[in-house]
Design a protein around this ligand. Sequence first.
Ligand SMILES: *Cc1c(COP(=O)(O)O)cnc(C)c1O
Length: 233
Amino acid sequence: MVHSETTTGILNDIQSVGKVVRDAGRSFIVDAMSSFGGVDIPVAEWGIDFLVSSANKCIQGVPGFSFIICRRDKLLASEGKARSLSLDLLDQWKGMEKDGKWRFTSPTHVVLAFSKALDELMEEGGIPARSRRYQENNRMLIEKMKAMGFAPYIEGSHQGPIITTFFYPAGVSFQFSQFYNYIKERGYAIYPGKLTEMDTFRIGNIGEIYPEDIEKLTGIIAAFLKERKEQAA
Ligand SMILES: *Cc1c(COP(=O)(O)O)cnc(C)c1O
């Protein structure tokens, strides 16, 4: 199951699903790519057997490898089942236990960046502090966007703190590419393109982003709307 669902921004209830999976005696694999590090996940308590994440999302490292936090007994039970040489997790784990090495060329720069990113996460106050920052940025973003007439696509109770989908504003001649470029020229990048059938766009808030960035971004968006309205008049 995907935890933070990046096409819409939903934060799925993996705790409830984990309970069902455990009661059924099945394995629970969670794609926590865009939540781990930014949302607290009590892995063992929620019955997660395999949690998959990567260096380049809420840990704030650079792209280059993923990691899996898992139950050792389940990992050992996967012996001989891998259908891919390079993605044979058990084989990789055994290799690392033996000599600490990647089986193929190591992503050296990425590992160094990851180590630095973990130091920075600790300096920030760990996952609880990062989670608060992301939540606050996200809350502020939604509040300011709503005030300008952008309604969120996802109901508040399912909205996660990582990425938010908004409807195009009503009553404004709105062209996404123009909107995107206007923001980019002024120093911020939002997700390029829409993913739902509806007229929506997305704004992500993973990374070194602070309330002043949300202020600036929403200020740029307000200026864009003002210009569009003036041109239409
Ligand atoms: C980003 C993301 C992925 C893919 O991660 P890559 O680093 O691009 O391989 C997969 N699942 C989710 C939910 C994501 O957010």
